[in-house]
Design a protein around this ligand. Structure first.
Ligand code: GDP
Ligand code: IMO
Ligand code: MG
Length: 423
C-alpha cells in the first residue's frame, strides 16, 4: 500500500478541504503534514459549511482516522475551538483524531511575536495570518520549541515559562506598540492544553509505518500552496513550512518511495491573500467580478483575496516541484459569463520571453504573456457529468492538459461535495 498526496499548487485556498472530503472514502487514514491554524479548509455538504484549521478534512467520515503529523504546528486554543465545533455533529474525535507527539505547540507568545514582527516590518509586512506560525517554526529549527510530547512530562511548565520569558524580552526588543494581557492568554492556553490531553497522542511515524505494512491506504493533506513554500515559494512572502511534496516525508515520517499519486489542486484562475508578487493579478472590473462570483474572502482572516488569470508558468513550476500525477481544477463555475478568458503561458523577462519561473517575479521584472480563449455562458453548478460541459470549457481543459502534460481528473463546479465531476 502507498501514500497519496494532495497539495495546493498556487497560493493556497485552492479547495483542498473540499477534495480531501470527497476522496476520504478511498482511504483509511487522512494525515495533515505541515502548517497550522493559518490554514482554513472549507467543506460543504448537507447544506452546512465547515471550516477546519488544524484537523484533517476527513474527520466527517465515519470510519476515517485523522492524524495531525509531526510537521504541523498546533495552537491548543484553536484546536479546542475546532473540537467544540465538531461536538454538535456527534463526531467521536477522541477515537478518530490522533496527534503526533513530535508536533510543535504554538504558544501565546508566538502569536504576539508574529504581531510584533509584522508591525516592525511596516509596509514590507508578509501579510501573515498572525497565528504564530513563523515564530513557532523558528523555535522548532532553533531547537527551542515545545512539543506535544512535552506536555505529558512533569517539568513542562518550567520549560514553558523559560521560553515565554525569553519571548517577552524579544517582543520588547521589537519596540512596537502591541497591547496584550499575557495572563489572560495563558489562562486560555493552559485550559486548552488540559482539554488537548484528552486526545490520543501517538508516535505517528511508527503508526503510519504499521498502517502501510497492514495495507491501509493513506492520504496526506497539504495546507497552503506550493508558491507559499519556504524554499520554492515567492520568498519572503511565504509561510514557514515546506508545503510541497517533500514536506509530506518530513512532516509524517513516510519514505519517498511509499508515495504514489500526487494530486495537485488548482483554481481555474488565481488568487492570493496577503502580500507578495502576483504577475497575473487584475486590478480592474474583471478581477472584481472574479472575487465577487468566487466569493474570494479568506476562510481564516476574512481578508479579500487578490484575483487574476491562471498563470501556467507558475503552475508548471508547481507541477514539476511536486511531481504531480493528477490535476484537479476547482471553481470552474466562477468563470462562467466571461466573454474572453486569458491564460498566462510565458513571461517577458529582461527583454526575453521565458516559460520558467525566474528568481524575481515582481511586477517590475516580469510581464505576463497571455493566450486568449473564448469563454462560456452556461452555468456549470448543476452539471453532473462531463458530457454536459460547453465546448469552450472542454477547450480550456484540453489546453491546460496539453501545456501541463498531466491529466485533469476532477473538475469542481461548486463548493458542495456533490458538485464534483470526475473525468
Ligand atoms: P483550501 O484552503 O484549499 O481548503 O480552500 P478554502 O476552503 O480556503 O477556499 C476555497 C473556497 O472555495 C471555499 O469557500 C470553498 O467552499 C469554495 N469552493 C471549493 N470548490 C469550489 C468550486 O468548485 N466552486 C465554487 N464556487 N466554490 C468552491
Ligand atoms: P490554506 O491551507 C492562503 C499566507 C498568508 C500570508 C503568508 C504567510 O487555507 O490554503 P503565515 O500565517 O503562514 O505566516 O502567512 O501565507 N497563507 C495562506 N494563504 N491559504 C492558506 O492556507 C494560507 N496560509 C498562509 O496570507 O500571505
Ligand atoms: Mg484556505
Amino acid at each position: 500500500m502507498a501514500v497519496d498526496l494532495l497539495l495546493g499548487l498556487q497560493w493556497g485556498d485552492e479547495g483542498k478541504g473540499k477534495i480531501v472530503d470527497v476522496l476520504t472514502k478511498n482511504y483509511d487514514i487522512i494525515a495533515r503534514f505541515q502548517g497550522g491554524p493559518n490554514a482554513g479548509h472549507t467543506l460543504e455538504f448537507d447544506g452546512i459549511k465547515h471550516v477546519l484549521r488544524t484537523i484533517p478534512s476527513g474527520i466527517f467520515h465515519e470510519d476515517s482516522i485523522n492524524l495531525i503529523g509531526n510537521g504541523v504546528v498546533i495552537d491548543p486554543v484553536v484546536l479546542v475551538k475546532e473540537l467544540e465545533g465538531l461536538e454538535q455533529f456527534n463526531i467521536d474525535y477522541k477515537a478518530k483524531l490522533l496527534i503526533s507527539r513530535k508536533a510543535h505547540l504554538i504558544l501565546p507568545t508566538h502569536r504576539l511575536l508574529d504581531a510584533a514582527s509584522e508591525a516592525a516590518k511596516g509596509k514590507a509586512k508578509i501579510g501573515s495570518t498572525l497565528k504564530g506560525i513563523g515564530p513557532t517554526y523558528m523555535d522548532k529549527t532553533g531547537r527551542n520549541g515545545i512539543r506535544v510530547g512535552d506536555i505529558e512530562m512533569a517539568n513542562w511548565k518550567e520549560k514553558y515559562r523559560a521560553l515565554a520569558n525569553k519571548h517577552e524580552g524579544m517582543i520588547d526588543f521589537y519596540d512596537v506598540d502591541i497591547q496584550y494581557d499575557l495572563d489572560d492568554m495563558e489562562k486560555e492556553f493552559f485550559a486548552a492544553v488540559k482539554k488537548l490531553k484528552q486526545l490520543q497522542f501517538i508516535d505517528s511515524e511508527e503508526y503510519l509505518h504499521q498502517a502501510l505494512r497492514n495495507n491501509k491506504p493513506i492520504l496526506a493533506e497539504g495546507a497552503q500552496g506550493s508558491l507559499l513554500d519556504i524554499d520554492f515559494g515567492t520568498y519572503p512572502f511565504v509561510t514557514s513550512s515546506n508545503t510541497t511534496a517533500a514536506g509530506a516525508c518530513t512532516g509524517l515520517g513516510v519514505a519517498p518511495n511509499t508515495i504514489k499519486e500526487v494530486f495537485g489542486i488548482f483554481k481555474a484562475y488565481t488568487t492570493r491573500v496577503g502580500s507578495g508578487p502576483f504577475p497575473t493579478e487584475l486590478f480592474d472590473t474583471v478581477g472584481e467580478k472574479m472575487a465577487k462570483i468566487g466569493n474570494e474572502f479568506g476562510a481564516v482572516t476574512g481578508r479579500p483575496r487578490r484575483c487574476g488569470w491562471l498563470d501556467l508558468v507558475a503552475l508548471k513550476y508547481a507541477v514539476q516541484v511536486n511531481g504531480v500525477t493528477q490535476l484537479m481544477m476547482m471553481k470552474g463555475d466562477v468563470l462562467s459569463g466571461f466573454k474572453t478568458l486569458k491564460v498566462c503561458t510565458a513571461y517577458k523577462y529582461k527583454g526575453e520571453t521565458i516559460t520558467h519561473l525566474p528568481y524575481n517575479i515582481e511586477e517590475e521584472n516580469v510581464t505576463p504573456v497571455y493566450t486568449e480563449m473564448p469563454g462560456w455562458k452556461e452555468d456549470l453548478t448543476k452539471m453532473t457529468e462531463t458530457s454536459q460541459f460547453p465546448k469552450e470549457l472542454n477547450d480550456y481543459i484540453d489546453f491546460l492538459e496539453k501545456e501541463l502534460e498531466v491529466p485533469i481528473k476532477i473538475v469542481s463546479v461548486g463548493p458542495d461535495r456533490k458538485q464534483t465531476i470526475h473525468r
